[in-house]
Design a protein around this ligand. Structure first.
Ligand code: AMP
Ligand code: MN
Ligand code: MN
Length: 324
């Protein structure tokens, strides 16, 4: 498990020798982003370092149960001289003011997106890793840091959510091996599954129903698309982050090869999520539209009215699976 290269060695050295770290994840944070953010902050603190966790976006309801989540800060100015980004595919999606990147002495970029071009001063990018949480685990081991049950729970949340609880194509033997170690360190699997996958607000259950009712299926059942307007959110009393997981219902239809979820955001832009069973590389569709992601899960933002965005995505899916 412990193969490390030159970039990683440099990063380990910096984390050992330096102090005063600010760790930040991507905007619209998911389980891997938040779990990695909190775990790395905790590991550095266990080493006696000053470390603050920053995320300017609201923590989605399901992740408000993560240990130490209340310690996440939203400062207006750079919270420390040394900036570490986790799970951030590109600099535009970092959940801190853009100027922080140039203001910091250096930036360490730890990520697992194949589309990451290495915006950091130091980069640890492993596209073969199922989750950034796996990289944080390896890093913690190399640093001989103490894994508290809280850190273990955050890392298990990171790996579990990015692998679809160990069910997606990116899941490897290493994912299971690390998860086993985390359980030994005190991570609670049943509690995590209940908190993150089962228990939900009524507003979310209503939004799932609305989304499923409105789902469009085309290309002889090979493509499925769910569109959620501002009115849908208002009617259900739901927040934007409560869309997480709804796209899986579209992707999981047995004939579907590519699925999309469009949501009209409060900012007036349309956030697009894409999923596939793995035979279609949806990150290619996302990158053409200025976004990114992985083979089976990717996303992008369209600065268009909702109807125009629907047309764009529908055409992109049709083109991808060559149907008319
Ligand atoms: P989502 O659909 O938001 O769950 O995102 C699926 C995957 O695509 C995640 O790994 C995201 O980090 C990535 N992703 C989503 N939107 C973007 C974007 N605009 N740019 C780069 N990567 C993205
Ligand atoms: Mn993420
Ligand atoms: Mn991730």
């Amino acid at each position: 498990m412990a193969m490390i290269n030159q970039n990683e060695r440099e990063i380990l050295q910096l984390l050992t020798q330096e102090d005063d770290f600010c760790i930040v994840c991507h905007e619209a944070p998911d389980g891997d982003a938040l779990g990695s953010l909190l775990a790395l902050t905790g590991l550095l603190q266990q080493m006696g370092k000053q470390a603050v966790a920053v995320c300017m976006d609201t923590v989605p309801y399901v992740y408000q149960i993560l240990p130490d989540v209340e310690k996440i800060q939203r400062p207006d100015v750079l919270a420390a001289r040394h900036l570490i980004t986790v799970d951030c595919a590109d600099e535009e999606r970092i959940a801190c003011p853009a100027a922080w990147l140039s203001q910091a002495d250096w930036v360490i970029n730890i990520d697992h997106h194949g589309s990451n071009r290495g915006f950091g001063t130091y980069n640890w990018i492993d596209a073969g890793s199922a989750a950034t949480g796996e990289l944080i685990y390896l890093l913690g081991k190399q640093l001989h840091a103490d894994f508290t049950p809280q850190i273990a729970q955050n890392l298990l949340a990171a790996i579990s959510t990015d692998t679809g609880h160990f069910s997606q194509i990116n899941t490897t033997a290493r994912s299971f091996a690390i998860a086993a170690e985390l359980v030994k360190e005190g991570a609670q699997v049943a509690q995590l599954c209940n908190d993150i996958y089962k228990r939900k607000r009524l507003s979310k259950t209503r939004l799932i129903g609305r989304g499923l009712n409105q789902m469009q299926v085309f290309c002889a059942g090979q493509a499925a698309m769910i569109v959620l307007s501002r009115q849908d959110f208002l009617d259900c009393g739901a927040t934007e982050s409560e869309t997480e997981g709804i796209i899986d219902y579209a992707r999981d239809i047995d004939t579907v090869r590519v699925a999309a979820l469009l949501r009209d955001t409060e900012k007036g832009s349309v956030k697009v999520s894409l999923r596939s069973q793995g035979d279609i590389d949806v990150s290619q569709i996302a990158m053409k539209a200025g976004g990114g992601g992985h083979r089976g899960a990717a996303g992008f933002t369209l600065y268009l009215p909702l109807e125009k965005a629907v047309d764009y995505v529908k055409n992109a899916l049709k083109e991808t699976i060559a149907c008319s």
